[in-house]
Write a protein that binds this ligand. Structure first.
Ligand code: OGA
Ligand code: MN
Length: 306
């Protein structure tokens, strides 16, 4: 049993985190105030089947914290797919059509590694702040990354991932801004973001621009979140272009203020999952070959944002 204060949910919790620690044990949570709470129990492995009670505790931790991770996992692609399925249907990503794990089309390979001169996965995935597949009419509920290889420089882990709480960002907005945003919808365009592997015209045509509410409400927690991304959002419905651009930039900057950001330093064997409504994320590109990074990524199907 231990006490921690999570700066994202602002709760000082004893019981709740204690329950998680006893049941799921390898659930590792990090807090933006730099403290870390962790319990290990070799009996808890994602590779094994997870009973309903444990799964409920994991899901609760996921809703409470939006980013949770499990250390020291040894899972096969089918086991990752099975664990992802516990959260509902799996979402297929367009990049998985080019870079999936053989035999597991649900898993996208995220990697800078090349073999015989050809990339084995999506390189520089997500280097600017974003929420996954926000350009889709039903963006995925969440994403999981399983770390197989992490780049290192004299023992220092590189290639961290940063997460910003869009819920904490909403809470910190002044009332006037909240009123200004309520009911407004932003335009999300698949072609808006620059990618290391630019999509083809046929791929772009599969994702015509969509609109989503800027003040997005989480389906389960009912928390309001700021759902705006600098690259993917190309406008705001009913707002003149320049004005929309200024507002999108101001909100995108607000979301990633240091108080709302957690930076994950990866270890091989981490399985980390995040909520695509409550957080945005970006990959830090501070490494290059011969430093290798290899991750397996799955996404959970979502619903139309409200
Ligand atoms: C992703 C992504 C970040 C990373 O896979 O969607 O943004 O650090 N990855 O690899
Ligand atoms: Mn991403």
């Amino acid at each position: 049993m231990y006490r921690v204060r999570c700066t994202w949910c602002r709760r000082l919790s004893r019981q709740e985190h204690g329950v998680i620690s006893r049941r799921t044990t390898n659930v590792d949570r990090d807090y933006s105030d730099g403290r870390r709470a962790r319990r290990r129990d070799p009996r808890c492995r994602l590779a094994r089947s997870i009973d309903d009670e444990t799964f409920a505790a994991i899901e609760r931790a996921y809703y409470d914290h939006a980013v949770i991770f499990f250390r020291d996992q040894h899972i096969t692609p089918p086991q990752q797919v099975a664990f992802t399925r516990r959260f509902g249907e799996i979402e297929f990503n367009i990049f998985g059509e080019r870079w999936s794990v053989p035999g597991s089309p649900e898993i996208v390979v995220v990697s800078n590694v090349t073999e015989d001169g050809r990339p084995i996965g999506v390189r520089r995935a997500g280097e600017n702040w974003h929420s996954d597949m926000c350009y889709a009419s039903r963006p995925p509920r969440g994403t999981m990354l399983y770390a197989l290889e992490i780049p290192k420089l004299f023992g220092l882990a590189l290639g961290d991932t940063e997460f910003a709480s869009t819920a904490a960002a909403w809470d910190a907005l002044p009332e006037r801004m909240r009123q200004h945003l309520d009911g407004r919808r932003a335009v999300f365009d698949f072609a808006g973001r620059k990618r290391a592997f630019p999509p083809t015209q046929a791929e772009i045509d599969r994702y015509p621009p969509v609109t989503h509410p800027i003040a997005r409400t989480h389906l389960v927690t009912r928390r309001k979140c700021v759902y705006v991304m600098r690259d993917d959002c190309t406008g705001i419905e009913g707002m003149e272009g320049r004005e929309a651009e200024t507002l999108i930039a101001a909100l995108a900057d607000h979301i990633v203020k240091p108080a709302f950001v957690y930076r994950h330093q990866w270890r091989v064997g981490d399985l980390l999952m995040w909520d695509n409504c409550t957080v945005q994320h970006r990959a830090i590109q501070d490494y290059d070959l011969p430093q290798r990074r290899l991750m397996h990524r799955t996404t959970m199907g979502g619903t139309v944002p409200l």
